[in-house]
Design a protein around this ligand. Structure first.
Ligand code: AMP
Length: 286
């Protein structure tokens, strides 16, 4: 497994793979790798010959009051996880990734300020800009993202289509702990009791999914099943529990009956830890 620090190194690696007639799969991450990330690496190796991962805690996607400096950094164990998954190249740029005087941004207007984007202004601009840079460095044939960050995957899918990135986007399912909690680098910040309380998030999603699976298409009725579940063990606060149209990013909570796939999304806080989760209603990723 090679470790590269600069854009030109990883780009030469990728180009040499392609010259050898091989395809390159890419999984961008911020490190602190867990089984969710490992599953993306496995998915990438299923669709491509050689897999590259990036490990970079991107400062531009953190707001001023967010956890950039305390974001977990677990370099040694990340390398072990990557090696175990058969990764061929690790791209871990340093601070020079954003050179002095850096100004350019890639944004997905309007979509960048819905739900997560409304609560975390500028977050998605940081994500789409850094993913653009990473795509330019790695030049992958396939890029694998997690459904865990569904809104992020939707913005990147839009961006890849709009700007002709010439790669295939693959969205892989959320990996959960055995009790249902979606794996996240931030789960480690939950106290034992908050971690137990947080199981209500997946329970609420499943309650609404069950109503949808029974044939109900009214957004209000689908949501109220999950809302009752949430109310039974309320998080410290709920930022949103709603339905999202994956094609327009419209919030569907009071709209007409669903006539196509939608995504149920939830965000809630336990103390200073903010968790997000979601479930798809139908084939959202195609
Ligand atoms: P991160 O480094 O955690 O910001 O995310 C890197 C990639 O891993 C993103 O595409 C995430 O959606 C994905 N990811 C994070 N958690 C999970 C999970 N529990 N299951 C599957 N993918 C995940």
């Amino acid at each position: 497994m090679d470790i590269f620090r600069t854009a030109s190194e990883i780009r030469s690696w990728s180009r040499s793979r392609k010259t050898a007639g091989r395809t390159v799969g890419f999984v961008p991450t911020m490190g602190a790798l867990h089984e969710g990330h490992a599953s993306l690496l496995v998915r990438a190796s299923q669709v491509s010959d050689d897999v590259a991962i990036s490990i970079y805690v991107n400062p531009t996607q953190f707001g001023p009051n967010e956890d950039f400096s305390k974001y977990p950094r677990t370099w040694e164990s990340d390398l072990e996880t990557a090696a175990k998954a058969g990764v061929k190249a690790v791209f871990a740029p340093g601070e020079e990734f954003y050179p002095k005087g850096y100004r350019t941004e890639v944004v997905v207007p309007q979509w960048n300020s819905v739900l997560e984007g409304e609560i975390r202004p500028g977050h998605f601009d940081g994500v789409t800009s850094v993913v653009t840079k990473l795509f330019h460095c790695v030049e992958p044939d396939f890029a694998v993202f997690g459904q865990k960050d569904a809104q992020q995957a939707l913005l990147i899918r839009r961006m890849v289509r709009d700007l002709d990135f010439g790669l295939r986007l693959v969205v892989a399912p959320t990996v959960r702990e055995s009790d249902g909690l979606a794996m996240s680098s931030r789960n480690r910040y939950l106290s034992e009791s908050d971690r137990k309380r947080a199981l209500v998030l997946s329970r609420a999603l499943w309650a609404s999914v069950a109503v949808w699976e029974s044939g109900e298409r009214d957004p209000g009725r689908i949501l109220s099943a999950g809302e009752s579940e949430l109310a039974a063990q309320a998080p410290d606060s709920v930022d949103y529990f709603t339905l999202l149209d994956p094609d327009t990013l419209a919030v569907l909570d009071r709209g007409p009956a669903l006539s196509k796939p939608a995504i149920l999304v939830v965000a809630a806080r336990y103390g200073t830890t903010r968790l997000i989760d979601n479930a798809v209603l139908g084939d959202v990723w195609g």
